[in-house]
Design a protein around this ligand. Sequence first.
Ligand code: ZN
Length: 134
Amino acid sequence: MDYIELLKRGLKKVPEKIDTKERFEMPRMRVQIAGSRTTMTNFSEVSAALRRDPKHMMKFMLKELATKGSLSGTRLEVQGNFSEDMVNRKMELYVKNYVACPECGKHDTKLIKERGFAFIKCEVCGARHTAAKV
Ligand SMILES: [Zn+2]
């Protein structure tokens, strides 16, 4: 698979129907907007499904949305109003950058840190790729 194909894959919407059990299904982030704040109510559930540190995911989300926020139990509360679609598009970007293996496209990966650098290590094909700094 070439790079362009990978990009296209990353941009594709998460399918609504999952036809095989092996296919990766990312839980959709649920969003509640109240006043001038937005709460992602199942933030820790999504991070657990992706096997990523919620703090790492939060750092990415806050940077992408250019806002401030904090974790509170299973939720992430941020300043400002962001739609569920927008939040989930950011999550797709997170998956593309920090979860999906650039080699085989599988999501069974680990994010590891070595000497200040982050790597995506794939448990399926063994590939190791540098991950961008959040
Ligand atoms: Zn792989």
